[in-house]
Design a protein. Structure first.
Length: 370
């Protein structure tokens, strides 16, 4: 049985959804810390094969400090063989960090679109892999390919998209996986982990990203670890992220004071702690004349890693009256009515916000940045 670690889509130094420079610096440190924890876990577990299925970093953003951390951590575990299959965010090319950085001797980086093999005789394992050499890879390098020696444990490492058959990022079909006859295919590209799946005789998985980069990647993230042998795949997921992003919705239709909203948010967020970056979306129908400042609500909460309050509640609208209202208020509503009912969510949200600004102004309230 070969003990392995499988990770992907770390995206070191990628831009973050939370744009505060101080927060971005902290997140870069957290990514490095998560990777260091993964290496330490591999050491303690006794892994002999460490698979990185692409997008280890974003090559146009990677810093010297991050490169130093990557090399130092990998070099700290010389008893393990590291294999990297460059993806669409970190393709192998002449100016790539994969080419320019001085990698430890225990690292093998696949450099070609063609499927190539590395043998590990002492483990009875063959590792196959390929690389993106540009941002796109239109053909799956392992389509209709099989291992050369079926008596060995055959592992394939690659970055590819099994969701979209028309993908520009190495389209992988389920038929490709099932026909391949590999014992395990270690994939990257999907940021949500799949757990271990099986088609035909072939096990495969996407571990998901190591750390979330924004609210579009919710929950804790991590990597896969476990043992592989002929016909056996005992891999499990393990959390390594330092932070998780979560979004909750709070209906404020019945609230008429800011304190009531604060109490409702506190109740809805009771299970989240200081490892959580929390987005609170306030929904429902605002009572007539009720106005509040999301920023002042945010200031009442200090127990989270980060909190963002978004007002997505709809102002109270007496549409039947406003359609025939001959005042400026009625004209204003009728100008927006089509967009308020738009099938385009972005256009609908912009119209809602404009209506909220306008109605606040009509009753003499301050226009607050919602």
């Amino acid at each position: 049985m070969a003990k392995i670690i499988h990770c992907a889509d770390v995206h070191f130094d990628s831009p973050f959804a939370l744009s505060d420079p101080r927060n971005a610096d902290l997140r870069r440190m957290e990514f490095r810390s998560a990777f260091a924890s993964l290496i330490m876990y591999a050491k303690n577990y006794g892994a002999k094969i460490f698979l990185i299925a692409g997008d280890l970093f974003d090559d146009e953003y990677i810093s010297k400090d991050t490169a130093t951390v990557i090399l130092r951590e990998i070099a700290s575990y010389p008893d393990c063989r590291f294999f990297i299959s460059p993806g669409d965010s970190d393709p192998y090319h002449i100016k790539s960090p994969y080419k320019l950085m001085k990698w430890p001797e225990n690292v093998h980086i696949f450099k070609s679109n063609d499927l190539t093999k590395i043998e590990i005789p002492e483990l009875g394992v063959d590792i196959y892999g390929y690389a993106f050499t540009s941002k796109n890879l239109l053909v799956n390098p392992f389509a209709n390919k099989k291992p050369q020696n079926q008596n060995r444990v055959n592992i394939l490492l690659g970055h590819g998209d099994i969701i979209s058959p028309e993908s520009q990022y190495c389209p992988v079909t389920k038929a490709d996986v099932g026909r391949s006859k590999f014992d395990y295919i270690a994939l990257g590209h999907l940021h949500d982990g799949t757990g271990v799946l099986k088609i035909g005789d072939t096990y495969f998985s996407y571990p998901g990203c190591l750390e979330g980069r924004g609210f579009f990647e919710p929950g804790h993230r991590g990597a896969m670890y476990g043992e592989i042998d002929k016909g056996v795949c005992e891999l499990k997921g393990q959390k390594f992220s330092r932070r998780k992003y979560e979004t909750i919705q709070v209906d404020i239709s019945q609230h008429v004071t800011e304190n009531q909203i604060i109490d409702a948010v506190r109740l809805a967020a009771a299970n989240f702690r200081d490892d959580t970056a929390l987005k609170v979306e306030l929904t429902g129908i605002l009572r007539p004349g009720f106005v509040f400042n999301p920023r002042s609500i945010e200031e009442k909460f200090t127990g989270f890693n980060f909190i963002q309050v978004k007002n997505k509640a709809t102002p109270y609208i007496d549409a039947n009256t406003l359609r025939y209202d001959k005042t400026v208020k009625g004209i204003f509503y009728r100008k927006l009515e089509g967009k308020l009912n738009s099938q385009n969510p972005k256009e609908r949200d912009e119209a809602r916000l404009a209506l909220q600004y306008g109605f606040n102004a009509f009753i003499g309230l301050n226009i607050i940045d919602f």
